[in-house]
Structures are given as structure tokens and as C-alpha cells.
Write a protein that binds this ligand. Structure first.
Ligand code: ADP
Length: 653
């Protein structure tokens, strides 16, 4: 198909991202080179991998290279590769739109900050890629050709809202990106300068596994025979000449095959940025050399942040699998369980078959063995982190790590030890379950917990009143998956989990005689509220509040019910038990009213109120807010009138 020159509008979010990148990263201009080299290296990885099964795809050009061509006179720098290239459709799809599905969320988060610029670390989560060209360039021209294609595609933009795309000619497959550089201001580096380029490549891209080459000019001494000499043998004229030669700028040393002691922290960090396309520093890394029946190297990183689009995005990075330094695939999910899917890095297993496919990987014994070891080492790493670092880790990745509890039976206990929660005694800090157990009271055999949306509401939950009174600590669980976690674990360190909102806690007893006095009243409440509750009982949880709702030990909690509803899952709402505080004076008064006249119309309102108050206390919604408001109003009026009658200073109306 022939493609004439077309002008396109950038998608609105691209323009916003572009502006943000330029504004936020102008003080780190050199990263554009790393990003473009990284894209080139990925493109070569792709064709090299394809060529394993389809050698013809290389069409004789198997000498992979990334070439940098500075042009001082025209003030351009070109980065060229003989990688996989792009078809016209791919250019439209990849350049000019932003594939990352989290873009919108990212932009909304930034807009919420009401700023035009953000800290570079925040951009790091996002991966700036190709667009970073516009930090240094006022025009970018990309020419690319897919293997075997007849024609090439040219994309060009000044980054001001539109780009053009047209068909063109190009020798050989691959991509070349030419940046028309802005004039550098005083003191700014000149990216057409050989030494500037060398410095940047060395700093950020030294371990790229393909040669990054550049033609350099040098004065070379002439050979003896070439030098003109006078009668005395003194040279006449030039003794040197300018020669151009290609030089490789990077060492290509695969960092993971080196000895730990030889690799500096900067190198580890730069390598992380290279493979993850992240701009921030990693939180932690582990460099492993396994020696035994099979040998392999692994270099794994824990990022410092969870990407905003983590759950939705097609993760192309993840674990890169190599075999004897030959790239096989990225995002090799078979090497780590899902609960470690945020880990980035490289695994190089010399005994793997180069032509291995994703399907075969799953059944491969060696892969299973590697996976087991990597998981073990990651646990060691997490267990060895200091409290502060681990808190950072857990805040970002805790919810993902928890997926391991229902899915990895073998490591369940190890993951359980890594869980952190706030408790009623932790004063806002996160503590481990082991901490909780170590503080348990003499004779306490349960870990009390409560689930809900946020710790602040949970802390004030009426369900905890009696537990607090007895000084019993309660774990506050606020992550939706926590419900499942306790159901799967059932115990931690032989101590069983007991919900603070379900069943009888067995920590207080109700006076039997007094309970019986309420039989008639409770029967009335049960009938009155039969559409909402399955039973009415004297509470063992409450001390100060009038009422609360509780479930039976294996009932779904109201929080879980709300989550399921919110995510569109059909649930049969479980009817709960209304617990009444029979020691509360208001309850005593209502009962008194009931005993006096069981047909008093006010009783229905009070019954509704007892139920609504229980709902509100746990963060639920009242079904009939108008009736609630009316009843509370009436009760208040009663109370105020009563006060007046008792001689208080009432309000004059
Ligand atoms: P990222 O690299 O984070 O995906 P970019 O904006 O840098 O984001 O690139 C978008 C896409 O464009 C890449 O995923 C890739 O498919 C394509 N691309 C970029 N540069 C090249 C290149 N040199 N060769 C082939 N494809 C490329």
C-alpha cells in the first residue's frame, strides 16, 4: 500500500506527556541518548531472537550495531540500528500514541498535583522513552524499515502537536532517529561533541550487549616512507594526517556475568535503568551465581515504586532471559511467580535450549529449578532488609506479595512472616504478625482482626469496644485481599485468627438473668427488622455503643460484600445478627417503652434506628436516610424537651 505524506494530530495525552517530560527533565537532558540506545538495543534483541528460528530474516546483515552519527555543522545527532524496524502501521501505533495503558491515570495523578513539572523520579515510573528526544531537539525525524519491506516509513515532528508520516526509501532494515538539536545555552553540553557522547554512553549504556559505534577523526602519524624529507632528513610539511575510523564506545560487558566485587553500585543502578526503562533508582538488588549441577547467573532488582499502570500494562520488561549472553526473551513470566511479578532483572542460563518457546518453558525442569532458587533468594533478600527499607517495599508491593498466600502453598508461612499491618496498639506503624504474637496477653490464644476500608474507621469500630477494654490488640486489615488471607492461613504461629466482628469472642459473659429480661423485646426487634437481620442478640462486643452488626464465624464480612458488589460480582447479601448493648441506658429506656406498650408507634422508629446506627458505625450506608434523619430529629427534640422539663436552659423558640 502506498502512503502519501499525512499530517496527524498527537493524541491529547501524548502532548501532555511531552510537555511534562520536557518541563521536568530539562535538567537531565542526556537521558535522551540512553533511551534511544535502549530502544535500539531492544529492536536488535527482537530481530536476533526471531532469527533463531528464521535465519533468512537477517538477509545477510547479522552484524548487529547501534551507530551514533553526530553532525556538528548541521547540529544533528542520529542514532541508527539494524534491529527489527517498524512497518507504517507500527509507526502509527508506537510513535505518536502512548501505548502504556496507565497514561491516563498517570496524567490525572499529575494534574491532581496542579503542577506543570514533577520530580524526575515520578516520571521514572512511567518510562519516558522516545519522547525524551524533545528535551534536546526541536525536530525529530525517524526513518524505519521492517525486515523484507520494500519501502520505509518516515515520521517527523517538532513536538508541537502534530507529526507527519510518509513513505520513503532506506537502505537496509532498522531504524534511524535524527534529532535536530536546540542551540545549547551557556554551559550546556553539546551533543554533537565526541567527548560528550562518549561520556554519556559510558555512563548509561556501557553494558548494552551490542556495539555502540561512532566514527571518530584522529590525527595519525604518517608512515616513515610517506613523510617528505629534506636533504638533512628533516621532515617537510605534515607528519600526521586526519583519519576517520569506527570506534566502539561501550565495553558490552554483561554485568551479570561479572564478579560482584567488580561491579559498582552505579553500574548496578544504570543497568537496572537500562532493562527496566525506569528512571528511578532500584530499591534493592540481588546478584546471584548458582553453581552446582547446572550453573546460571541472575541479577534481580526490586524497583522503588510500583508503576501506576502495573496491573493493566503489558509488561515487556520483567525478567529477561539469556542463554550464554544471547537474549532469548523479555518478560519471562515462568521464572517467577505472580506475586513477584514486579521484580525486574536478568537470568542467564547456559544450559537452556536457545530455541525454547514460552510453552515449553513451563514444563522445563531447569526452569522450575531456577524459579525455585530465585524465589528463595528473594525471600532471603526481603527478610534481610532493614525496617525502614522493608516498610517502603511493603507499602508499594505488599498487596502483590499477598497473592502468594493463596497461590503458593509451599512458601505460605514465609510470606505470612512478611506481612505487615497496623493494629490498635501500633500507633499508625506497621507491625508483623510475629510482633503481635510476641505481645499477646497471658492466656490469649487468638489473633484478633477486623477488616474494613481504612484504619481510622476500624479503630473506632464498636466491635472493638470490649476488646479494647480488656487491652487486647486487634490487627486492622484494610486490603481487600486480607479477607482471603486470614481464611487461607487460619493460623499464624499456631495462633488462630479470630474476627472481631463475627461470632462470640468469648471474652465477656452476659448475665443470663438480665438477658432473659430482653427476650420479649428482642423477639419484637427481630420481627420488626426481619428483612435486614437474621437474629437479635445481647452483645458481647459492645461497651459504649448501642448496637452493632455481626456475622457468624464463616459469614462473609460486610467489607468483602461491599467489595464484591463494587466489582460487579453477584453476592447474596448475608443477613447478619443485630447485637444490642443491654447495659446501655438508651436501650433500657426503649425496652421500658416496649414493656409499657408494645404497640407504641415510636417503637418501630427506634428499632430502625438501632439497626441504622449499627450500619453507620461500620461505614455502611443507611437505606432510608430521610427516615433516619427524621427519627434522630424526633429523638433529639424529646431529649431537649426532657432537659427543659428538668429545669435546664432550653432554647427559646
Ligand atoms: P518504550 O520503549 O518504553 O515502549 P518508546 O516511546 O520509547 O516507549 O517506544 C515506543 C515503541 O516504539 C517501542 O515499544 C517500540 O515498539 C517502538 N520503537 C521505538 N524505537 C524503536 C526502534 N529503534 N526500533 C524499533 N522499534 C522501536
Amino acid at each position: 500500500m502506498e502512503h502519501k505524506k499525512e499530517t496527524h494530530q498527537f493524541k491529547a495525552e501524548v502532548q501532555k506527556v511531552l510537555k511534562l517530560i520536557i518541563n521536568s527533565l530539562y535538567s537531565h537532558p542526556e537521558i535522551f541518548l540512553r533511551e534511544l540506545i535502549s530502544n535500539a538495543s531492544d529492536a536488535i534483541d527482537k530481530i536476533r531472537f526471531k532469527s533463531q528460528t528464521d535465519p533468512d530474516i537477517l538477509a545477510g546483515d547479522g552484524e548487529f550495531k547501534i551507530r551514533i552519527i553526530p553532525d556538528r555543522k548541521n547540529r544533528t545527532i542520529t542514532i541508527e540500528d539494524n534491529g527489527i524496524g517498524m512497518t507504517h502501521e507500527e509507526v502509527v501505533e508506537n510513535i505518536g500514541t502512548i501505548a502504556q495503558s496507565g497514561t491516563k491515570a498517570f496524567l490525572e495523578a499529575v494534574e491532581a498535583m496542579k503542577k506543570d513539572t514533577i520530580a524526575p523520579e515520578l516520571i521514572g515510573q512511567f518510562g519516558v522513552g522516545f519522547y525524551s528526544s524533545f528535551i534536546v531537539a526541536d525536530k525529530v525525524t525517524l526513518v524505519t524499515k521492517a525486515p523484507g519491506a520494500r519501502t520505509a516509513t518516515k515520521w517527523e515532528s517538532t513536538g508541537d502537536g502534530t507529526y507527519t508520516i510518509e513513505e520513503t526509501k532506506k537502505k537496509g532494515r532498522g531504524t534511524s532517529v535524527t534529532l535536530h538539536l536546540k542551540e545549547p545555552s551557556e554551559g550546556e553540553p553539546d551533543y554533537t561533541d565526541e567527548w560528550t557522547i562518549r561520556g554519556v554512553v559510558k555512563r548509561h549504556s556501557d553494558f548494552v550487549s551490542y556495539p555502540i559505534v561512532m566514527d571518530v577523526e584522529r590525527q595519525e602519524p604518517l608512515a616513515e616512507a610517506e613523510i617528505l624529507k629534506d636533504a638533512d632528513g628533516k621532515p617537510i610539511g605534515e607528519t600526521t594526517r586526519k583519519v576517520k575510523r569506527e570506534e566502539t564506545l561501550n565495553s558490552m560487558k554483561a554485568i551479570w556475568t561479572r564478579n560482584k566485587s567488580e561491579v559498582t553500585d552505579e553500574e548496578y543502578s544504570e543497568f537496572y535503568k537500562h532493562i527496566s526503562h525506569d528512571w528511578s533508582e532500584p530499591l534493592e538488588h540481588v546478584h546471584i551465581r548458582f553453581e552446582g549441577t547446572t550453573e546460571y547467573n541472575a541479577l534481580l532488582y526490586i524497583p522503588s515504586r510500583l508503576p501506576l499502570d502495573f496491573t493493566m500494562r503489558e509488561r515487556r520488561h520483567g525478567i529477561h532471559l539469556y542463554c550464554k549472553r544471547v537474549f532469548i526473551m523479555d518478560d519471562c513470566r515462568e521464572l517467577l511467580p505472580e506475586y513477584f511479578s514486579f521484580v525486574q532483572g536478568v537470568v542467564d542460563a547456559p544450559d537452556l535450549n536457545l530455541n525454547i518457546s514460552r510453552e515449553i518453558l513451563q514444563q522445563d525442569g531447569l526452569v522450575r529449578n531456577i524459579r525455585k532458587n530465585l524465589v528463595k533468594r528473594l525471600f532471603d533478600l526481603l527478610e534481610g532488609m532493614d525496617t525502614e527499607k522493608y516498610a517502603k517495599f511493603f507499602a508499594e508491593f505488599g498487596p502483590i506479595l499477598k497473592i502468594g498466600i493463596p497461590t503458593d502453598h509451599e512458601n505460605r508461612d514465609r510470606i505470612a512472616k512478611l506481612l505487615r499491618y497496623q493494629t490498635t496498639a501500633s500507633e499508625g506503624k506497621l507491625v508483623s504478625l510475629a510482633d503481635y504474637v510476641s505481645r499477646m496477653q497471658e492466656g490469649q490464644d487468638a489473633i484478633y482482626y477486623i477488616t474494613g476500608e481504612n484504619a481510622a474507621t476500624l479503630l473506632n469500630s464498636p466491635h472493638l469496644e470490649r476488646l479494647k477494654e480488656k487491652g487486647l490488640e486487634v490487627v486492622l486489615m484494610t486490603d481487600p485481599i486480607d479477607e482471603f488471607i486470614v481464611q487461607v492461613l487460619r493460623v499464624f504461629d499456631t495462633k488462630k485468627f479470630v474476627s472481631a466482628e463475627k461470632g462470640d469472642l468469648g471474652i465477656t459473659t452476659v448475665d443470663e438473668k438480665k438477658r432473659h429480661e430482653f427476650d420479649g423485646f428482642f423477639a419484637f426487634l427481630k420481627e420488626e427488622l426481619k428483612d435486614h437481620v437474621k437474629d437479635v442478640k445481647a452483645s458481647t462486643h459492645l461497651k459504649d455503643s448501642l448496637s452493632c452488626l455481626s456475622g457468624e464465624t464463616y459469614d462473609m464480612s460486610p467489607y468483602l460484600e461491599r467489595i464484591m458488589k463494587a466489582t460487579g460480582q453477584k453476592t447474596e447479601p448475608a443477613k447478619r445478627i443485630l447485637e444490642i448493648n443491654i447495659d446501655h441506658p438508651a436501650v433500657a429506656n426503649i425496652r421500658f417503652l416496649f414493656e409499657k406498650n408494645g404497640k407504641d408507634p415510636l417503637l418501630a422508629d427506634y428499632a430502625g434506628l438501632l439497626y441504622d446506627l449499627a450500619l453507620i458505625a461500620e461505614g455502611g450506608k443507611v437505606e432510608d436516610p430521610a427516615r433516619f434523619s427524621r427519627t434522630v430529629g424526633a429523638v433529639m427534640a424529646e431529649a431537649i424537651t426532657a432537659e427543659e422539663l428538668m429545669g435546664g436552659d432550653g432554647i427559646e423558640v
